[in-house]
Design a protein around this ligand. Structure first.
Ligand code: 5GP
Ligand code: MG
Length: 192
């Protein structure tokens, strides 16, 4: 019999904290592979700078980068919201961009596009540095919660309005190391 596309049940070690697996490791790997092929063909022959947002992109970025057979430069912007749990908050820059992006093609990479507040702010900062063009790549997109008029050029997965963790995404700095994207047990967020 054909196996289901992905198992909903998290691995044993995570069952106390994770309610279900939303995107399995295998699906992540396949999707990142196809995003990489698309990006490769779109930026071939360009002077590419990848600008990734810390810290949520750590796994997605590492997987994506090694699949890009293109010369490129890499830099990071650190942003942190005041929020502690799952709610919104203000934004602080914890690391400024160092590379010169003027006249270059920039691919801005983030973990998840939610309200769009973060990327709208970062995009405005980047555009002031006069790159040739800026494209946005996010692993996850939650269009239901959008407050800014902003869309990503490359989206790994469009997901419903649920708080997710894993594959780089955290809750209180935990769960970034899960190899899949999952949903937390409500009891975890209540403990906040
Ligand atoms: P935005 O500014 O688009 O509302 O939020 C973007 C940031 O909020 C993301 O980079 C991420 O850090 C955080 N965020 C939004 N939704 C989620 C989610 O479902 N899970 C986690 N772990 N972080 C999220
Ligand atoms: Mg983030």
């Amino acid at each position: 019999m054909k196996k289901a596309a992905h198992s909903q049940r998290p691995p044993q070690a995570w069952r106390r904290d994770i309610r279900s697996v939303l995107i399995s490791r295998a699906r992540l790997a396949r999707r990142v592979q196809s995003l990489a092929r698309q990006i490769e063909s779109d930026f071939s022959g360009r002077d590419l700078v990848i600008v990734a947002l810390l810290n949520g992109t750590v796994m997605f970025l590492a997987d994506l980068l090694r699949l890009l057979s293109l010369p490129l430069r890499l830099d990071f912007i650190g942003v942190s919201s005041y929020r502690e749990g799952t709610g919104p908050g203000g934004l602080i820059i914890t690391k400024e961009l160092r590379l010169d992006v003027r006249g270059r093609d920039v691919l801005l990479v983030d973990d998840i596009l939610d309200t769009g507040r973060t990327l709208a702010r970062v995009l405005a900062k980047l555009r002031a540095l006069q790159p040739r063009r800026v494209k946005i790549c996010v692993l996850l997109d939650k269009p239901a919660r959008r407050l800014e008029d902003l869309a990503a050029d490359y989206v790994g997965f469009t997901i419903p309005d649920e708080f997710v963790v894993g594959y780089g995404l955290d809750y209180g700095e935990k769960y970034r190391n899960l190899p899949f994207v999952g949903l937390l047990h409500p009891k975890i967020t209540r403990r906040g």
